[in-house]
Design a protein around this ligand. Structure first.
Ligand SMILES: Nc1ncnc2c1ncn2[C@@H]1O[C@H](COP(=O)(O)OP(=O)(O)OP(=O)(O)O)[C@@H](O)[C@H]1O
Ligand SMILES: [Mg+2]
Length: 253
């Protein structure tokens, strides 16, 4: 069974003249434990698709199954989400931010504290639990967001340009860190990015979308071995994969 199965999904946003067609005939299957990256021109519907996978928005047509069951509303125990902006509560410490989804669910205080501390440790923030968001760097805030997305141990993690606001060096480090976290937790990850280098570095498979209304126009298997290393970026295979994605995006109608 696929961890995620999207079948003939289309979406039209309500509006003048029959509305805005945003997504068209999307069919995707993601096996459990895979790292899938979605790329495509701005406005092609990537975020819309991710919101639907998270149960935050409803498609006009087609179905989404997560481990065989529909996702009709947000369910952080099945699907965790990390957005581009860290979207942490500024009045809560890092630890309290990570704990927040568990507190909402009424989990016992000691349990949720222990779990949140484990997650902060997993993302490399041991000792930073007492800091407030304004006392953390951009990369650290994104680590807290990742910890929060993982705190309920969902089998699926959705990430919408999580590192887009970071400088290039921090971004590379965060990508590498994410692969480390992924390899220890074995989540199924769907990751959106505009960076083709990031796409190739992270993915098992890259899905390329066309301009709006977004369709899947190419699926590229990334055959580079794991664990990935920075040196791989200089290889011919890496360059060829990156080029193929770029050619697809460039000619995307
Ligand atoms: N709530 C909404 N109501 C109406 N139209 C919307 C809404 N959200 C998005 N759209 C439209 O749907 C299309 C896809 O938007 P979406 O944000 O999914 O694109 P995207 O691929 O994530 O873009 P980017 O790469 O810039 O983040 C755009 O044309 C956008 O204007
Ligand atoms: Mg977007």
């Amino acid at each position: 069974m696929s961890a995620i199965a999207v079948d003939r999904l289309s979406h039209v946003y309500a509006g003048a003249e029959g509305g805005v067609p945003a997504l068209e005939d999307i069919t995707i299957g993601v096996e459990a434990g895979k790292f899938v990256v979605i790329v495509g021109p701005s406005g092609c519907g990537k975020t819309s698709l991710l919101m639907m996978l998270a149960g935050l928005r409803h498609q006009t047509e087609g179905t989404i199954l997560c481990a065989g069951k529909p996702i009709s509303e947000p369910d952080p125990e099945r699907v965790g989400v990390v957005f581009q902006e860290a979207s942490l509560f500024p009045w809560l410490t890092a630890l309290d931010n990570v704990e927040f989804p568990l507190a909402l669910r009424g989990a016992p205080r000691d349990d949720r504290r222990r779990r949140a501390e484990e997650m902060l440790s997993l993302v490399g923030l041991d000792g930073f639990g007492g800091r407030y968001p304004h006392e953390l760097s951009g990369g650290m805030k994104q680590r807290v967001s990742i910890a929060r997305g993982l705190v309920q141990d969902p089998p699926v993690l959705l990430m919408d340009e999580p590192f887009a606001a970071l400088d290039e060096q921090t971004r590379m480090t965060m990508g590498h860190e994410l692969l480390r976290i992924w390899s220890t937790t074995r989540k199924t990850v769907v990751f959106i990015t505009h960076s083709l280098t990031e796409a190739v570095y992270l993915a098992d498979e890259v899905l390329v979308m066309s301009a709006r209304p977004g369709r899947i126009i190419d699926r590229i298997e990334v055959t580079l071995p794991r664990p990935r290393t920075y040196e791989m970026m200089a290889t011919d295979t890496f360059g060829q994969l990156r080029e193929r994605i770029w050619q697809q995006i460039r000619k995307a109608p």
